[in-house]
Design a protein around this ligand. Structure first.
Ligand code: NAD
Length: 488
């Protein structure tokens, strides 16, 4: 049985009150680990350690030291990639193929930020000859990093790499449903003998996250998760006006025009909605199809859905695993029922698959609800499960209006062969990412984040590093002379 601990001030330790939490496999509900469950008191110790480390010799590290550190972490991720991928699949239920892809992306993220950090240089500003004026980038300080359960280590990597690379100290709190890969990652960091307190792991629930958001000793909190927690973090952060980054939910339209390559569009409509059983913040669960091809499109999806292989993520043939928790399972089924009650047509799924192997665990059939209209709850709220809701539209204007009519703004996709239309839609859709004739690609070089209620700030790319830095204007007068302005 895996047992996890907290990592505070360079020491592995149990929570002060010895709290533990059973970690359950979403595939069969068996207990796979006992995780340390911290409280606010543990979080305070971690914050104090990070504060002390930030104010100590860590501040003297050079960009070369930190770039080397990120590259070393990438090497250790590569070394333990199989182990990490297994832990991620065990804990989240996602297929091993998906977890292996995550680990590759995580190593790439560390390498990308290593390169960026190594190329950091301040700017020398134009100024009078007796003045040296520089613009310097400095670390923000102690960073509280709070991550969700759907991409546990990937979301952590997007935060840890730039935070450490910029010279900050870190307290990370993964979701208490999925701490296993972040725990193993911390073991890798512990191999590197960083100064105590530079990197701290505190596993626990909302109260630990709330402590990070509220603490006056935390300078920045970066959160990925739902709107409810995001709102409370934003409010708590006003206590010391700490820097915040919020990556929240989405309601992401996948818009198919009649002139699209339909083979590709049908195929990608499935990828958009069913990767990780739809538990992806950018999942394209809101399918919008042009009227003239709508019926044929739904029929083609209906043919594919029963062929999707649902099963244990460790089995090679599995295409879709379970959802994360009993709570998620119930919520998704409730959303499907709400859709049917509002008049949507259930084409496939909407229930637990039949068969003994699916009796335990949080299994759902891939689900297609057709004839959804923009007013229905299922067209407005994030489902976060393996559900496609299909709406019909008659014109570009109607598609655009309906797609933008959401409080969210994370990601959208457009399928068309008309380049002019592709460009018009790309510009007019109010989302942080707009794909044309594709779905889901993201990479460290491009920014990730949402418009409107999908969040504040961006991760990845140059800006993903800048978010962890303060800008300083350093002004040095080399030849000060009395001015005689006052009372001379
Ligand atoms: P969640 O908001 O319940 O929890 C996220 C994290 O916040 C967990 O670590 C949790 O313990 C912690 N937390 C909960 N309440 C808190 C509080 N009051 N103060 C501080 N911390 C608190 O989200 P979840 O259910 O774990 O994740 C699913 C959500 O995450 C979805 O809405 C999804 O869209 C979103 N998400 C967004 C992105 C993105 O990049 N925008 C990526 C992945 C997931």
């Amino acid at each position: 049985m895996i047992q996890t601990q907290l990592y505070i001030d360079g020491q592995w330790q149990s929570p002060i009150d010895h709290g533990t939490r059973a970690i359950v496999s979403p595939a069969d509900e068996s207990v796979i680990a006992q995780a340390a469950e911290a409280t606010r008191a543990d979080a305070r110790l971690a914050i104090a350690a990070a504060r002390k480390a930030f104010d100590g010799p860590w501040r003297q590290t050079t960009i070369r030291d930190r770039a080397r550190l990120l590259n070393k972490i990438a090497e250790l991720i590569d070394r333990d990639a199989e182990k990490l991928a297994h832990l991620e699949s065990l804990n989240t239920g996602k297929t091993l193929t998906e977890s292996r892809t995550d680990m590759g992306d995580i190593a790439a993220t560390f390498r990308y930020f290593a390169g960026l950090v190594a190329s950091e240089s301040g700017a020398v500003n134009e100024a009078p000859h007796h003045v040296i004026s520089r613009t310097l980038r400095e670390p923000v300080g102690v960073c509280g990093l709070i991550t969700p359960w759907n991409y546990p280590l990937l979301q952590a990597a997007w935060k840890i790499a730039p935070a450490l690379g910029a010279g900050n100290t870190v307290v990370i709190k993964p979701s208490n449903l999925t701490p296993l890969t972040t725990h193993h990652f911390t073991q890798l960091v512990a191999e590197l003998n960083l100064p105590p307190g530079v990197f701290n792991l505190v596993t626990g629930g909302a109260e630990v996250g709330a402590e990070l958001a509220e603490s006056l000793d935390v300078d920045l909190v970066s959160f990925t998760g739902g709107a409810y927690a995001g709102e409370s973090i934003m409010k708590a952060a006003t206590g010391n006006f700490k820097r915040i980054g919020l990556e929240l939910g989405g309601k992401n339209p996948n818009i198919v025009f009649a002139d699209a390559d339909l083979d590709a569009a049908v195929d990608y409509a499935l990828n958009a909605a069913f990767f990780h059983a739809g538990q992806v913040c950018s999942a394209g669960s809101r399918l919008m199809v042009e009227d003239s091809i709508y019926d044929a499109f739904i029929n083609r999806l209906a043919e594919r859905l029963p062929r999707i292989v649902i099963g244990n993520g460790f089995h090679g043939e599995t295409q879709m695993g379970p959802v994360q928790s009993a709570q998620q399972h119930e919520k998704i089924l409730g959303m499907v029922q709400a859709g049917i009650a509002e008049g949507a047509r259930l084409v496939h799924g909407g229930k637990r698959p039949a068969g003994d192997v699916y009796k335990k665990g949080y299994w759902l059939e891939p689900t297609l609800l057709a004839d959804v209209t923009a007013e229905m709850k299922i067209a407005k709220e994030e489902i976060f499960g393996p559900v496609i809701t299909a709406e019909r539209f008659r014109s570009e204007e109607e598609a655009l209006r309906a797609a933008n009519d959401t409080p969210y703004g994370l990601a959208a996709a457009v399928w068309t062969r008309d380049l002019d239309k592709a460009n018009r839609m790309s510009r007019a859709l109010r989302f942080g990412t707009v794909w044309v004739n594709d779905y889901h690609p993201y990479f460290p070089e491009a920014p990730w984040g949402g418009y409107k209620a999908s969040g504040i700030g961006r991760e990845l790319a140059r800006i993903g590093l800048d978010e962890y830095t303060e800008l300083k204007h350093s002004y040095i007068n080399l030849a000060p002379k009395a001015m005689g302005w006052f009372g001379a």
